[in-house]
Design a protein around this ligand. Structure first.
Ligand SMILES: [Fe+2]
Length: 214
């Protein structure tokens, strides 16, 4: 089985000093053990919480406005350029674009599948070969744990300023822990939708889980 993604190096489009600004925002992220996500989690049964940091959408808009703006225009245009039909932004800004942060060796991103048909990830930090932080996608659509994903997977090493697009609805994926206590991993995660798979398909349990929606 295969898994495909598309990469763009957008580093020459990012504002002066962007990495320094990202680090300041990452340090102020909401760090906690996030409970496993309903419907979409592909963690092993015994895993109840996955520690990481999150920079919420409103905080991101205030502190890194260029990411918010790029999501709505430049990155949207890139997403459209690789898609057969029209691509649209999430109208609910809470999950349009956010940052995920890992700090030290005890954090990773939950093993899961996506609910949206097109995801953009802008890597904001660079991780050399062998230093952890890889994004991995299972070839096996039935993989139901980190160990199962690791058995046979595509491995993407984060390079700062590289934007990738993929459809993560079928292949379980997660971000590996870092190997050094002093390292930080930051990535901007962007949700896009299509005419065939609009935002209305998003499971309502997700917003109840994440934001306490009724
Ligand atoms: Fe995902």
């Amino acid at each position: 089985m295969s898994f495909d993604w598309t990469e763009f190096d957008v580093s020459d489009q990012l504002p002066e000093g962007w990495q320094r600004d990202v680090m300041a925002v990452a340090a102020a992220a909401d760090f906690q053990g996030f409970p496993r996500t309903p419907v979409l989690s592909r963690e092993a049964q015994e895993v109840q919480r996955i520690p990481r940091g999150r920079v919420h959408a409103d905080q991101l808009r205030q502190s890194l406005l260029w990411i918010y703006r790029s999501y709505r225009e430049y990155f949207l245009n890139l997403a459209s350029s690789i898609s057969a039909g029209p691509v649209v932004l999430a109208s609910d800004e809470r999950y349009g674009v956010v940052l995920n942060i890992q700090r030290g060796t005890g954090m990773r991103f939950e093993c899961h599948i996506d609910s949206n048909p097109l995801t953009g990830l802008l890597f904001l930090t660079h991780h050399a070969q062998g230093t952890g932080g890889e994004l991995v996608f299972a070839y096996d659509e039935d993989a139901d744990s980190v160990a199962a994903v690791d058995r046979d997977c595509a491995v993407i090493r984060p390079r700062a300023g590289v934007l990738i697009f993929f459809d993560g609805r079928r292949h379980p994926h997660y971000a590996r822990p870092l190997r050094s206590e002093s390292e930080v991993r930051a990535v901007a995660v962007m949700n896009f939708y299509t005419g065939a798979y609009p935002e209305s398909t998003r499971p309502p349990q997700l917003n109840r889980h994440l934001y306490g929606d009724e």
